[in-house]
Design a protein around this ligand. Structure first.
Ligand code: GLV
Ligand code: MG
Length: 353
């Protein structure tokens, strides 16, 4: 149990480092679009991609071959120096803290292009001690680089110990921006017997009882969601600490339908976005993590009908009260914040009129 005073959490961890933030920016981050930073062809697409996504992330970790780690770091620096991201967020995923590259990734990104970076994603976070380490190091590096705003930390939840420590991880620093589920590493670490990157599995089912009148009759099975427990736990931990939960990667790029289902389950449970690993997944994330115009219109009807937001009314045969109007406000506030950056969406919601 730490004996640090709550007041001290908002003091910089190094002389000359910027003051920690007291609120996490809640701007749109429906998709965190990954590009492999060592790949020159992918890097050349970054200026165009930046106009199409909410977050663009230069990946240095898994997916980048060991021999290309230095080229990836150089690619990140090149993009950070040369691309104007406008209002799109620019993130990087560095190598893990126990790897031979993690330290150099952190030092180079903060000291060379720190002012261009919004968030650093730290993979394979196991407990609050990992965040404390990065927190102090970032403060030292920010001071050295003369940065005036702190770089935020996003952790990937992809080990069993990380899941067991999830609340402590979320609360480990004012820099904590959010968490993503890392289903591939988490499955391996837990010794789950799947070989996929996210999504369901046809063998994870419940089965109807036998038919008492016909024991040989086929029994229907219903596929269950392997990730429900972890996503729900992650959402509670994030909300408890005022930070943002995300679903991570969906590896079967050819199966847009199942990707959409996985993203939508995460959206309904409270996630604000997911990773996109291919341009085809950008539109899926945009569709799923932006509330449907009909849902926004219905939520606005309830808000309008509820007046000051207290008491109970009947609308279309349904009871609405203080609690249901709060859910409606979540939907309308999300729609407004997305529309502020997306005129097409603003039009679909009728916010321009
Ligand atoms: C993501 O990094 C994962 O392991 O799923
Ligand atoms: Mg991983």
């Amino acid at each position: 149990m730490s004996t640090k005073s709550p007041k001290d959490f908002f003091k910089p961890l190094a002389v000359g480092a910027p003051a920690p933030v007291t609120e996490i920016p809640m701007g749109p981050s429906r998709m965190i679009h990954f590009f492999p930073a060592h790949n020159a062809k992918m890097r050349s697409k970054v200026p165009d991609m930046a106009t199409k996504v909410d977050v663009l992330l230069a990946n240095l970790e898994d997916g980048v071959p060991a021999d290309d780690k230095e080229a990836a770091r150089a690619g990140l620096l090149d993009v950070g120096r040369s691309v104007d991201f406008g209002t799109t967020q620019f993130w990087t995923r560095v190598n893990s803290l126990d790897s031979p590259w993690g330290l150099d990734d952190l030092v180079a990104s903060v000291t060379e292009i720190g002012a261009a970076l919004d968030v650093i994603m730290i993979p394979k976070v196991e407990g609050p001690e990992d965040i404390h380490y990065v927190d102090r190091l970032l403060a030292q590096l920010e001071a050295k680089a003369g940065l005036t705003t702190p770089i935020l930390i996003h952790a990937i939840l992809e080990t069993a110990r990380g899941v067991a420590n999830v609340e402590a991880i979320c609360g480990a620093s004012p820099r904590m921006q959010g968490l993503s589920l890392g289903p591939a590493d988490l499955a391996a670490n837990r010794r789950m017997k799947t070989t996929r990157v996210g999504g369901g599995h046809p063998d994870y089912v419940v089965r109807d009882d036998p038919n008492p009148d016909d024991e040989s009759a086929p029994r229907a099975t219903y596929q269950q969601d392997l990730w429900h427990y972890t996503i729900a736990r992650m959402v509670d931990a994030c909300v408890m600490h005022g930070i943002l939960p995300y679903y991570g990667p969906f590896g079967d790029i050819s199966d847009g339908e199942a990707c959409e289902d996985q993203f939508r389950n995460a959206y309904l449970l409270g996630c604000v976005g997911a990773w996109s690993l291919h341009p085809a997944q950008i539109d899926i994330a945009k569709r799923v993590f932006s509330p449907h115009p009909d849902a926004v219109a219905q939520a606005q009807r309830v808000i309008d009908a509820m007046g000051d937001g207290t008491g109970a009314i009947m609308l279309d045969g349904k009871m609405e009260d203080d609690a249901s109007v709060k859910q409606c406000r979540v939907v309308v506030e999300l729609a407004r914040s997305l529309a502020a950056r997306d005129p097409e969406l603003a039009g679909a919601y009728g916010f321009n009129a």
